[in-house]
Design a protein around this ligand. Structure first.
Ligand SMILES: [Zn+2]
Length: 499
């Protein structure tokens, strides 16, 4: 008996310890403790050592010099097989939103199981489980420079966001998702008597300059699909709906600003999303297992959807990106927009504080659509004065390549005159709204005085939204660049347009 038992133990133990080792740190703690940076770091290196599917890349460093990791999953050499589709999911830009990171690590564990290998026949997948390790260690939203990383994707002043975009630029992922948490426990909602209660919410791109075809596929196909996928797996889900409470403030979908994770990549005609899980009520540990598994399931659902629709998404993204890169179409871009109703009604699932049960509430002021209030013609490019080191440095952080400008006579150069500065409401904030006129710039432009940034590139629409003086999303709306609107009446950045 004893000998037989020993033999069984010998057989069982190595298998047992192998699978134990693969368990994500959250599982090892029996879902009682959030994963620290060093546990995360050790864990992903252990996975890397055990799997031929996974490679760990260091894509940059946080303010406090912690490594920022990307886990790349590929059955071949990552990023090299052009027939595959590239998917990029990143979590925990906000350090106090712990379930995104935990869900990402649970996903990494699950993806290495042999039964999930089929996903990587069509997909090269990159996962950044923790964009903001410094914030995570302190359980704080912002990074160690006290910056909100998810408002930093246009000006890119922080090492974490710069690393993320450099990584994106290297592979040009066709599909991206930014993973967050939302807090439904605000005082206004308590007063209202109800709060949001969905385990997972998912949002799409809303900026009008993002390809309409991509937004259509996102809203009409991906969204219903992923919400059902989550519900089928016992995670309540709903479309991402900031605003409210109803009758106090309108309810809309995502911001159309391009300074967050989802939209800064979406504006490059990427199939791009935000996922937000509900955070803990009293502390960040509360209900952590369900929260982390919900986040994982949403990420997993994205991979399944992409796997099932690979050719369609890949073709769509390629076509829509070609339009940006070719710069052939002369188009108008909305630089000022607003959230408006479109006749659709919203019934939002809420939890009653009074009865503790789920209800559905009719939202009277629901504004699901985005409407332009000011359009500008897209120029061929912009001329930046060589002495504007601030804009040159911004362009470099965005990996924009300045080129010399040769006026062959096909172009005319325009200059904005700032007549006065008014203001405009942008999602409840007041931003500068200059009154401008355009004049022909007749001084010859010399090579050494200006550098040229073309709009015929993947970031073409982003460049335009950044540099147009009337853009409510532009550089001039950031304190760092506010001086752009006050240069002796003339706006320093010139427009190059076809004659
Ligand atoms: Zn967040």
């Amino acid at each position: 008996m004893k000998a037989a038992l020993t033999a069984i133990l010998f057989l069982v133990l190595p298998i047992f310890s192998f699978s134990q080792q693969l368990d994500a740190p959250l599982k090892k703690s029996n879902f009682k403790k959030v994963t620290s940076y060093s546990e995360l770091s050790n864990y992903i290196h252990e996975l890397d050592a055990q799997s031929d599917l996974l490679n760990v890349q260091i894509i940059g460093h946080s303010v406090k010099k912690r490594d920022l990791y990307a886990l790349t999953f590929s059955s071949t050499e990552f990023g090299k097989d052009s027939s595959k589709i590239k998917v990029f999911v990143f979590a925990q830009q906000h350090g106090n939103e712990q379930s995104g990171k935990e869900g990402a690590l649970l996903l990494a564990e699950a993806l290495l199981k042999p039964e999930n290998r089929y996903l990587f026949e069509k997909i090269d997948f990159a996962l950044v489980p923790q964009v903001n390790p410094d914030g995570s260690e302190a359980n704080k939203r912002r990074n160690a420079n006290d910056m909100d990383l998810n408002r930093n994707h246009l000006i890119l002043t922080e090492p974490e966001t710069m690393a993320l975009h450099a990584f994106f630029d290297k592979y040009l992922f066709e599909v991206t998702m930014d993973v967050h948490e939302y807090s439904p426990y605000g005082e206004e909602w308590k007063k209202y008597g109800y709060r949001k209660n969905s385990d997972i919410t998912v949002g799409t791109t809303t900026n009008l300059a993002v390809s309409g075809e991509i937004r259509k596929l996102s809203n009409e196909d991906y969204l219903p699909n992923i919400l059902k996928y989550l519900n089928d797996r016992k995670f309540s889900s709903f479309e991402y709906c900031p605003g409210g409470p109803p009758d106090v403030e309108y309810i809309r979908h995502s911001t159309f600003d391009i300074n967050d994770g989802r939209q800064s990549l979406g504006i490059q005609n990427t199939f791009s999303f935000i996922q937000e899980g509900m955070n803990g009520k009293d502390d960040f540990i509360e209900n952590l297992r369900h929260r982390a598994e919900g986040q994982m399931t949403g990420m997993r659902g994205l991979l399944e959807y992409v796997n099932n629709n690979k050719d369609k998404i890949k073709r769509l993204v390629a076509d829509e990106r070609l339009k940006l890169v070719s710069g052939l179409s002369s188009e108008e871009i909305s630089v000022q927009s607003e959230h408006v109703g479109n006749g659709n009604k919203l019934q939002i699932p809420l939890l009653s504080y009074f009865s503790g049960t789920d209800s559905v509430v009719n939202v009277n002021d629901y504004r699901p659509a985005v409407k332009s209030v000011y359009n500008v013609n897209k120029p061929v490019g912009y001329l930046i004065p060589s002495d504007r080191q601030d804009i040159a440095a911004w362009a470099a952080r965005q990996s924009l390549t300045p080129t010399p400008f040769k006026n062959t006579g096909d172009y005319k150069i325009e200059q904005y005159m700032i007549n006065r500065i008014d203001s405009i409401d942008f999602e409840g904030d007041i931003v500068a709204n200059p009154d401008v006129s355009v004049r022909k710039f007749s001084i010859p432009v010399k090579d050494q005085d200006y550098f040229f940034i073309s709009t015929a590139q993947l970031k073409g629409n982003m460049i335009m939204l950044a540099l147009e003086p009337k853009s409510m999303l532009g550089l001039a709306t950031y304190a760092k660049y506010a001086g752009l609107l006050a240069s002796w009446g003339s706006y320093p950045v010139l427009r190059v347009v076809k004659k």
